[in-house]
Design a protein around this ligand. Structure first.
Ligand code: SF4
Ligand code: SF4
Length: 509
């Protein structure tokens, strides 16, 4: 029996998960227009390889990956490319991004795919390449390219593949639904991932508030006759943070600034495991995902499998949004999500939930009051940070102290802000501070690069001057030695030659 460890802090907000009826998976209709951002992952945007007017089939590559930290984008159905342009995207910044827009044709024609039945016999590098080509990025919310996660490098040996089925954020039930409806694919996907990583063991962790998912995954493990361990643990937010679930299930702590692979663990979301199974066994790229549509402003909250690129407004209509004045739509959950500024923005690989709360259900926060130094935030922090200190240093833009107080260990879970009696939007300060530090580092890198370029140019110029000097000195030495041999003075001879030329050119009197 595995020992379950507790993590520091954590909170118990109302779960509200039953609202979206986890386990009952519906299919969202294919919308008339799909908007596919070329960056739906962490890293470099993919490069469009289609143009306006092209007809495309489901599964066709629309944009190719650019380098290792990039993944391609595929068409989720057939249709015609009608634009390749900047469109609003679902992002906390409210920015636009480059998108490929497809007018769907309703025929839903697909390319033929070829899967790999005997993946056990394949070189892991071939399988990783297949996963990269299928456009997999972590479906848990961060969008980290899966192929990169599966390549921890020769210096790291992986003992455990951990499937993180925690889904601790209130309201969201997309992973719960996936684990109930696709448990067999999940188990097979986990085996493929473990084969790729040469992991010794597979561990699936699920919070104890998902009894149906636990039962179905356990049944799938038994059906497969697999040696997979399923561990359950008490519900607490945010147990689903990568570092938090590792500590809960193993008692080990990922070092500050490190990654789980540093301690022999690779952690993936259940959706990523299922997408792996589809990419390898069926040869299918990632074109759809499960999204929870929830909140009391929806008459028909539910979980849907939806085409990536579906405009948010279409899904809300499908779930019968009855919008209030100033209706808020949150991308993600109430703790870590953000308000969507344009409902024409599409869902992407990282969209796990669209939350449409009424004003009474999730009231807007009151204006922030001064910090009263109560310390509740530090008690709630699962990363054992000092949120109040981080807040002061973020306000003071004191980057040295922010680093000292491990700002980058903050997982932006919002537990500190949730318990703060002064309603201070602490996470906003941390996000802004992280952005400023990244900007300063980028600026420093830029100035270091230009200094290095300047120094290299100076060194090259000096070397060229020295080479010229050396040549001149060598020529002079050779001439002098020749003159010594001949008993003549080359300088005097040159002067005489110049005088003679001048005399020839002067007119006769
Ligand atoms: S919980 Fe809020 S008021 Fe209390 S110490 Fe933290 S930041 Fe200050
Ligand atoms: S948001 Fe950051 S500082 Fe606040 S509780 Fe979560 S990890 Fe701690």
């Amino acid at each position: 029996m595995r020992t379950i460890h507790d993590i520091h802090g954590g909170i118990h907000p109302p779960e509200r998960k039953a609202l979206s009826r986890p386990g009952d998976l519906q299919k969202a209709p294919i919308p008339p227009v799909l908007v596919l951002p070329v960056r739906q992952h962490l890293g470099v945007p993919a490069l469009p390889v289609v143009a306006v007017g092209d007809t495309v089939m489901g599964g066709q590559v629309l944009a190719e990956a650019q380098g290792v930290m990039s993944v391609p984008v595929h068409a989720p159905t057939s249709g015609t490319v009608v634009a390749v342009e900047s469109r609003p995207i679902a992002h906390a910044s409210g920015l636009t991004d480059h998108c490929i827009v497809i007018q769907t044709d309703g025929e839903n024609r697909w390319l033929d795919f070829e899967g790999i039945a005997r993946w056990q016999d394949m070189d892991p590098a071939v399988l990783v390449e297949r996963i990269r080509e299928a456009g997999l990025a972590g479906l848990g919310g961060a969008g980290f390219p899966t192929a990169v996660k599966l390549s921890p490098g020769p210096a790291r040996s992986i003992e455990t593949l951990l499937i993180n089925g925690t889904e601790c954020e209130p309201y969201i039930t997309a992973d719960d639904t996936l684990m109930q409806c696709r448990a067999d694919e999940l188990v097979e996907g986990a085996h493929i991932l473990a084969h790729i990583l040469s992991a010794d063991s597979i561990l699936i962790g699920i919070e104890d508030n998902k009894p149906d998912a636990i039962a179905r995954v356990q049944a799938a493990i038994s059906r497969a006759g697999a040696t997979i361990e399923l561990a359950t643990f008490p519900t607490k937010y945010p147990s689903g943070g990568e570092k938090q679930i590792i500590e809960i299930l193993t008692g080990q702590q990922v070092p500050s600034g490190g990654i789980p692979a540093d301690i022999g663990i690779v952690c993936v979301n259940p959706g990523t495991a299922v997408a792996t199974q589809q990419a390898i066994i069926d040869g299918k790229p990632l074109t759809h995902r499960i999204v929870t549509l929830t909140g009391e402003a929806l008459a028909a909250p539910q979980n849907v499998s939806a085409c990536l690129g579906t405009p948010i407004t279409q899904l809300l209509e499908h779930a019968a949004l009855s919008a209030e004045a100033q209706q808020r739509i949150i991308h993600g959950g109430p703790m870590m999500g953000f308000a969507v500024s344009d409902l024409n923005a599409p869902i992407t690989k990282i969209t796990n939930c669209l939350l449409a709360p009424t004003a009474t259900e999730l009231p807007l926060p009151e204006p922030a009051q001064p910090c009263i130094r109560c310390g509740h935030c530090a008690e709630a922090c699962p990363a054992s940070l000092l949120p109040q200190q981080l807040y002061w240093y973020a306000r003071a833009k004191d980057q040295e102290q922010l680093a000292e107080h491990r700002l980058f260990d903050c997982i932006e879970c919002g537990a500190c802000a949730y318990v703060c009696p002064s309603q201070i939007p602490l996470v906003q300060y941390y996000r802004a501070a992280k952005g400023q530090i990244r900007d300063s580092e980028q600026e420093k890198r830029r100035s270091d690069n230009s200094r290095e370029r300047f120094e290299a140019r100076q060194a090259r110029l000096e070397a060229e001057t020295a080479a010229r000097e050396a040549k001149r000195a060598a020529r002079k030495a050779a001439a002098q030695s020749q003159a010594a041999k001949n008993g003549s003075d080359p300088i005097q001879e040159a002067i005489e030659r110049a005088k003679a030329r001048k005399a020839e050119q002067e007119p006769n009197p």
